[in-house]
Write a protein that binds this ligand. Structure first.
Ligand SMILES: Cc1cc2nc3c(=O)[nH]c(=O)nc-3n(C[C@H](O)[C@H](O)[C@H](O)COP(=O)(O)OP(=O)(O)OC[C@H]3O[C@@H](n4cnc5c(N)ncnc54)[C@H](O)[C@@H]3O)c2cc1C
Length: 485
C-alpha cells in the first residue's frame, strides 16, 4: 500500500495508455513507482472514452515490417493467448496501406493492466486528481493531489506527465503549443453496439464496395489502387479484415436529405472483439463538434452535449437505413469525451511533419511509428476523406524514429512527458494509441535510469545508449531490420 510520506523514484501523473506503460516499464527498470489517476480505472482514452476504433493498429508499416513492439506487443500477445484479441489483421490491401489492425478487447485489456501493475508492485492511487506541481525553482519535486483524504503532497525524484493534455507540464511552467479555437480538431463521444447481423452487412458491402471510404488506404509507395481495394471489399468474407467501415455514401446522403443525418461527421464505425469470436460495432466518428478547446471546461461541456445529440441521430440512421442493424442495440455510451486535439509540450526536439514523411532516423531513437503526418479531422460529412492536405505517406513506405528529446520538456528539470502531449509539430502529433504506449514506455525507463543515477532527464540526452539497451531488452523495436517481416 502506498504512502504519502515515501520519496518515490518515479511519480507518473495520469493512468491512460501512456501512464500505465510508463509506470510498468519504470518499475521493471528498478524504480519505486507511484501512479496517480483521477478516475477509478486506468486506460484513459483507451477504455473510459473509447476504445479507439483501431485498437491496436498500425503495428506494421506498408512494407509489412513490424515497427512497434515493447509493451504494445506484450499486451497484445497476452490477450491473444487468453482469447481476448484477434490475430493481426493484415490482408494485402491493408499491409500496402500501412494500416493493419491488431484488435484487443478493451475490457480484458483493463483487467490485464491491473494485474501487471500489481505484479510490478506499483503504488496505484485512483480517484485522485493532481491539482498542482510541487516546484523548487525550475525543478519539479512532486505533485499536489486532491482526493478523499483531502489535499496532499507527494514527492518523487522524477515526475512523468501522462495526463494527455499536458496538464501537469502546464502547471510546472513548461512552454506548450496549441492551436486556436477555430482550428482545433473536433472532439467526439463514442458508443458501442451489439446485435449486428454481420452477414447481412457484409453482403451489402460486397455488392456496394464503392459505398465505403478507401482514400485513406491509398499509398503512392505501394500499388494500392482504388480498383484493387474495391475488389478486396467486394470479395471480403471476414468483416474484421475491413476494420474501419466508414462511408455508406448514398444511404447517408438520402438520410441527410430526409433530415435523418447531421452535417458534422461521416457515417461509420470500427470493430471491437469480444469473447468467443463475438464482434461489436464501435462508433467513434459519428459525432464531431468543432471549435472546442480541450483546455476550457465550458467548451468541453458544449462538445459533450452536442455529441450526445449527434449520436442519437447517427444511431437512428444505422437502425433505419443500414442493412444488418435492424435488431442491434447500444450497449455502452462512453462517459467521457474523446478529446482529439490538446496542447503539446515544447521539448528539446520538436518532431516535424518532414521527419515523418522522410522516415527520419535519430541517434536517440526510443521507438518507431509509420503513422502518416497530418491526419487531422474536420467536422464534415467526409470525416476521413477530408484530410486537410490530402493523403500523405511515409517515404519508401517505411517508418520514422521517435527521438528521446521529444519527451524532455524545455525549461523544467526532472520532468518527462509521455503520451499525446510529447513535443511535436501539429502535423506530427503523436496521439495514436500505440504511439502513446511507445513514448510512455521510454519515459518510464528513462525516469528509472535518472532516479538511479541522480541525473536529470536532460543530462541523459548526452548518452542514451543504456536507455536504448534497456528498451530493446523490453522488446521495443528501434531498428526495422531487427524484427520479423
Ligand atoms: C475521437 C478520437 C478517436 C481516436 N481514435 C483512435 C484510433 O482509432 N486509434 C488510435 O490508435 N488512437 C486513436 N485515438 C487516439 C488515442 O486514443 C489517444 O490519443 C490516446 O489514448 C491518448 O493516450 P494518453 O495516455 O496520451 O492520454 P489519455 O488516454 O488521455 O490519458 C490521460 C490520463 O490522465 C488522467 N488525468 C488527466 N488529468 C489528470 C489529473 N489532473 N490528475 C490525475 N489524472 C489525470 C486521465 O484521467 C487519463 O486517464 C483517438 C482519439 C480520439 C480523441
Amino acid at each position: 500500500m502506498g504512502s504519502y510520506n515515501t520519496l518515490y523514484d518515479v511519480i507518473v501523473a495520469g493512468g491512460g495508455t501512456s501512464g500505465v506503460s510508463a509506470a510498468i516499464c519504470a518499475a521493471r527498470a528498478g524504480a519505486r513507482v507511484l501512479l496517480v489517476e483521477r478516475f477509478g480505472t486506468v486506460g484513459g482514452q483507451f477504455n473510459v472514452s473509447g476504445p479507439p476504433g483501431f485498437t491496436y493498429a498500425r503495428l506494421f508499416n506498408a512494407n509489412g515490417q513490424q515497427d512497434t513492439g515493447g509493451i504494445v506487443e506484450e499486451t497484445y500477445e497476452k490477450l491473444y493467448k487468453s482469447g481476448h484479441a484477434l490475430p493481426h489483421k493484415k490482408p494485402p490491401f491493408r499491409i500496402k496501406a500501412g494500416y493493419t489492425f491488431s484488435y484487443v478487447d478493451p475490457d480484458w485489456w483493463t483487467f490485464l493492466i491491473f494485474d501487471m501493475l500489481e505484479e510490478e508492485k506499483i503504488d496505484l492511487l485512483l480517484d485522485s486528481l493532481i491539482v498542482d506541481a510541487l516546484m523548487e525553482g525550475d525543478t519539479i519535486e512532486g505533485v499536489v493531489i486532491e482526493n478523499a483524504n483531502g489535499r496532499v503532497e507527494v514527492r518523487g525524484k522524477i515526475v512523468i506527465d501522462c495526463t494527455g493534455e499536458a496538464y501537469l507540464s502546464s502547471k510546472a511552467g513548461v512552454p506548450t503549443e496549441y492551436c486556436t479555437r477555430e482550428e482545433v480538431g473536433p472532439h467526439s463521444m463514442a458508443f458501442t453496439v451489439d446485435g449486428v447481423d454481420w452477414d447481412r452487412l457484409l453482403t451489402y458491402i460486397n455488392r456496394h464496395p464503392d459505398q465505403l471510404q478507401y482514400a485513406h488506404l491509398l499509398n503512392p509507395y505501394t500499388d494500392n489502387t482504388k480498383e484493387a481495394i474495391q475488389e478486396a471489399y467486394s470479395k471480403c468474407m471476414d468483416i474484421t479484415e475491413l476494420g474501419e467501415i466508414m462511408g455508406f455514401f448514398e444511404l447517408r446522403d438520402e438520410a441527410y436529405s430526409n433530415g435523418d443525418w447531421h452535417e458534422f461527421a461521416g457515417a461509420g464505425f470500427f470493430l471491437t472483439p469480444k469473447e468467443g469470436g463475438h464482434i461489436q460495432a464501435h462508433f467513434q466518428h459519428s459525432s464531431q463538434v468543432p471549435g472546442c478547446l480541450a483546455t476550457d471546461a465550458w467548451d468541453i461541456t458544449k462538445a459533450i452535449v452536442e455529441c450526445r445529440k449527434q449520436n442519437q441521430i447517427a444511431w437512428r440512421f444505422f437502425k433505419n437505413y443500414v442493412p444488418g442493424f435492424e435488431n442491434a442495440y447500444i450497449t455502452k455510451q462512453s462517459t467521457e469525451p474523446r478529446l482529439r486535439e490538446g496542447p503539446r509540450i515544447v521539448g528539446d526536439y520538436i518532431l516535424t511533419e518532414q521527419d515523418i514523411l522522410n522516415a527520419a532516423r535519430f541517434n536517440d531513437v526510443i521507438g518507431m511509428s509509420c503513422f502518416e503526418a497530418d491526419s487531422q479531422h474536420v467536422a464534415s460529412m467526409n470525416t476521413l476523406n477530408a484530410l486537410k492536405n490530402g493523403k500523405k505517406c511515409v517515404k519508401d513506405a517505411s517508418s520514422h524514429d521517435i527521438p528521446y528529446r521529444c519527451l524532455v520538456p524545455k525549461k523544467i528539470e526532472n520532468l518527462l512527458v509521455g503520451g499525446k502531449a510529447v513535443s511535436a509539430e501539429r502535423n506530427a502529433y503523436l496521439r495514436y494509441l500505440q504511439q502513446t504506449m511507445v513514448t510512455g514506455q521510454a519515459a518510464g525507463v528513462a525516469a528509472a535510469l535518472c532516479a538511479r543515477d541522480g541525473k536529470t532527464p536532460r543530462e541523459l540526452e548526452a548518452d542514451t545508449s543504456e536507455l536504448q539497451k534497456l528498451l530493446i531488452n523490453q522488446g521495443v523495436i528501434l531498428h526495422l531490420d531487427a524484427n520479423k517481416k
